[in-house]
Design a protein around this ligand. Structure first.
Ligand SMILES: NC(=O)c1ccc[n+]([C@@H]2O[C@H](COP(=O)([O-])OP(=O)(O)OC[C@H]3O[C@@H](n4cnc5c(N)ncnc54)[C@H](O)[C@@H]3O)[C@@H](O)[C@H]2O)c1
Length: 455
């Protein structure tokens, strides 16, 4: 009897990933990448109960020195992340480098027996995402994608409401990022020698060897294809993650995308204006990116709107609301149209006054919240979830496979944009069926010495 109920419980629980820690064990952490996000993650980890940050790594030595100096001797610093992976006393790594380094670092960390928290967008290519999932599974690692919105209570609430059918059948979803970065965008800094203490060759990694340019390095690397995928993967990773979660799907059936770098006069590459339409079974998603005009959609600079037959649900990081649809003004007019087709009068049903003011009859309940804050609470919850899963060996809230599916949609959109045509995607088979040209874009060329680790 006992054995049967154990098996029953085991069947519904998330898969067990091997290795067990005592619940009281303090987890030993390393932070890789100390830029905008990495510095924040380091700060969160340093004040998280049950975690002890022992090491930091960044290709820019002055950043490493800065955090080591401020640590009262608690941190050891490295310029080469591989020295972190060599350490036997590190349980888990946080990877907050630009996107082109996520897969190599995360996969080597899995091989080295570390659990991994890797920033979104999980991968730089579809193939890398597939390999990251394979590595996490092969080496039995707990692997959290840094899609912290999954751990925000209000995103959890809206997903629950959608799952409960609150706004009816959703046939159309819009998500957007609208801002005005004109005219210069990231500007046009000249190529120079790299700053003192920056290992530029290591920064470039698998990407082609090019001269140092400030825009290719800190923050603006996002707008270069060799290191990232522009807004489509940067913010799209968050939007598509919530959309696919809410709609219980793993990927689109197809994508079409048009746009260009039309207005920003800088040396970056990814489109500043982009419309991508994804087709899913029974609904469509449009992602609108404008970096040349900040007029808000649904009153928000970024967000997601789910349009359902009974209401509209709009959510962003600071608020959510449901705006009900009203019951149709007209009674079912099948009989009236039938009569008209037979040559009768276009008569309204008896007693129906088409000019009368009709009291709104909401099809669902209006509700919502404003003034919410996504950080730090949800980042802390996301880190806590990761640490708890390291102990329990369960799969975390944004398990690598979830992160892979979310960013896959964005990569499919980007491939449609770069090919200038519609592409069909098979999320279950993880391929572009019958489309060798699109399939060739699932991976990239790796510079000698920086091949993706084999799984
Ligand atoms: N979850 C979120 O909401 C969120 C927010 C911001 C950024 N991010 C993600 O975090 C990642 C980093 O973004 P950012 O804005 O902090 O970039 P950033 O340019 O500010 O910092 C990147 C840092 O990584 C370092 N680096 C580069 N290659 C390295 C390597 N091989 N080894 C060690 N260090 C290396 C750089 O020197 C730099 O300090 C990106 O993938 C980004 O999408 C996520």
């Amino acid at each position: 009897m006992e054995r049967r109920s154990f098996l029953k419980n085991a069947a519904v629980a998330a898969p067990f990933l091997g290795q067990a820690f005592g619940a009281s064990d303090e987890l030993r952490i390393a932070q890789i990448g100390l830029g905008t996000r990495g510095a924040y993650e380091l700060e969160v980890c340093q004040r998280t109960k049950g975690a002890k940050v022992l090491a930091v790594a960044d290709v820019y030595q002055p950043l490493v020195d800065k955090y080591v100096a401020a640590s009262n001797g608690t941190l050891t610093g490295y310029q080469d992340f591989r020295r972190v992976l060599d350490r036997k006393d590190i349980d888990a790594v946080f990877v907050s480098t630009p996107d082109h380094w996520h897969a190599p670092i995360a996969m080597l960390a899995c091989q080295a027996g570390k659990d991994v928290f890797c920033e979104k967008p999980l991968s730089h290519t579809l193939h890398e995402g597939q390999q990251m999932v394979a590595a996490a599974r092969k080496y039995n690692r707990v692997f959290q994608t840094g899609s912290q919105q999954r751990s925000a209570t209000h995103f959890q609430k809206v997903v629950e409401l959608i799952h409960a059918g609150t706004i009816g059948k959703i046939t159309c979803i819009e998500c957007w990022n609208e801002e005005n970065d004109t005219p210069e965008g990231a500007g046009n800094p000249p190529d120079t020698t790299p700053p003192q203490g920056l290992d530029w060759d290591m920064y470039l990694g698998a990407a082609p060897k090019v001269a140092y340019n400030r825009n290719r390095y800190i923050w603006h690397y996002r707008w270069f294809w060799d290191y990232s995928g522009g807004m489509m993967t940067d913010w799209g990773a968050h939007h598509m993650d919530i959309i696919q979660w809410a709609m219980k799907v793993d990927g689109p059936l197809s994508a079409t995308a048009v746009g260009g770098r039309f207005c920003l006069k800088d040396n970056c590459q990814t489109p500043d204006t982009l419309m991508t339409v994804f087709e899913y079974p029974g609904f469509i998603v449009r992602y609108s990116v404008r970096q040349g005009n900040s007029r808000r959609i649904e009153g928000r600079p970024n967000g997601i709107a789910f349009y359902g037959t009974d209401g509209t649900l709009i959510v962003d990081r600071g608020s959510w609301e449901i705006i009900p649809e009203n019951a149709s003004r007209f009674p079912n007019d099948y009989d009236r149209v039938e009569a008209w087709l037979k040559g009768g009068n276009v008569a309204w049903p008896a007693g129906f006054d088409r000019n009368a003011k009709v009291a709104a009859k909401p099809r669902c309940q209006a509700m919502g919240e404003t003034g919410l804050k996504i950080d730090p609470a949800c980042q802390e919850a996301h880190v806590d979830n990761f640490l708890a899963c390291i102990h329990s060996r369960q799969r975390p809230a944004a398990d690598v496979e979830i992160g892979h599916h979310s960013i896959s949609a964005c990569h499919v959109g980007t491939i449609a944009y770069r090919l200038g045509r519609k592409v069909k995607w098979d999320a279950a088979a993880q391929t572009f069926p019958g489309d060798a040209e699109a399939r060739a874009m699932m991976t990239k060329k790796y510079r000698a010495g920086f091949a993706l680790p084999a799984v």
